[in-house]
Write a protein that binds this ligand. Structure first.
Ligand code: PGA
Length: 264
């Protein structure tokens, strides 16, 4: 039996989230989980396995996962900050819940850079997601240029503080923070595991200033060119509480191998 367990002794849940971006039709998505079914049947579900799918796929994928009784959560990659309204082409968090989404990625660098999303806008989305009962996976990360100028730490601090400005306390609500250096996304380049570990410790310090002891329970995950070869080395670090996986989550075999490599 396959068991994807939490890191021993960690207060925090381990997350493995696939970000499918604008890939996969309904048949392709169903095929993907069918291929994972045999492998995932034994997951005791202490690891949170999620797929952030295109909107059009969420409902059918969720049905398929339920039919197969697979311990996978289906989520979205973005949402509008309002609960409803005259916003042609947009989608509300409550609508995502309606089709079976459990979580939503917010503030991904592709949203920040291509669609000009600001920290203030992302903050409104985080609040709205929490109000709807969706788990927000809040992405932060520096560009190559910002890294070279030595701005990483101040930028991450600003992104965290401003994106969480409408969440005064965590109470029993849950958020996940995803550190994704922009230069590592889809590039095959990654920071070293020790660099990521240090940055996650720094991010937790910021969270501690905002939320006190509750910060210990916030999972901080890493994303950017995660693959079957490097996943485990990231997962082994005490402050890397999961992975956000783009390209390597599109092929069921490589996604499965990442899950296996991260399990103890
Ligand atoms: P990548 O993408 O794994 O293909 O680098 C990660 C992401 O964009 O979330």
């Amino acid at each position: 039996m396959t068991s994807f367990s939490n890191k021993q002794g960690s207060l925090r849940r381990f997350y493995a989230i696939g970000n499918w971006k604008m890939y996969k039709t309904i048949p392709e998505a169903e095929n993907f989980v069918d291929q994972l079914a045999d492998f995932l049947a034994g997951n005791e579900n202490s690891m949170y396995v999620g797929i952030a799918a295109p909107y059009t796929v969420i409902y059918d994928l969720n049905m398929e996962v339920q039919d197969l009784e697979l311990p996978i959560f289906i989520g979205a990659q973005n949402m509008h900050e309002s609960h409803e309204g005259a916003y042609t082409g947009e989608i509300a968090g409550s609508m995502l819940v309606d089709v079976g989404a459990s979580f939503v990625i917010l503030g991904h660098s592709e949203r920040r850079l291509i669609f000009h999303e600001s920290n203030d806008l992302i903050a409104a989305k985080v609040k709205s997601a929490l109000d709807c009962g969706l788990l927000p996976i809040l992405c932060i990360g520096e560009t190559k240029e910002q890294k070279e100028k030595g701005e990483t730490i101040s930028l991450l601090k600003k992104q965290i503080e401003e994106s969480l400005q409408l969440v005064p306390s965590l109470k029993d609500k849950e958020i996940v923070l995803a550190y994704e250096p922009v230069w590592a996304i889809g590039s095959g380049k990654t920071p070293t595991v020790n660099e990521v570990q240090e940055i996650h410790v720094f991010c937790r310090e910021i969270l501690r200033k905002l939320y006190g002891e509750k910060a210990e329970k916030v999972s901080i995950i890493y994303g950017g060119s995660v693959n079957t070869d490097n996943a485990r080395t990231f997962a082994e670090k005490s402050d890397i509480d999961g992975l956000l996986i783009g390209g390597a989550s599109l092929i069921s075999e490589s996604f499965y191998n990442i899950l296996i490599n991260c399990s103890k």
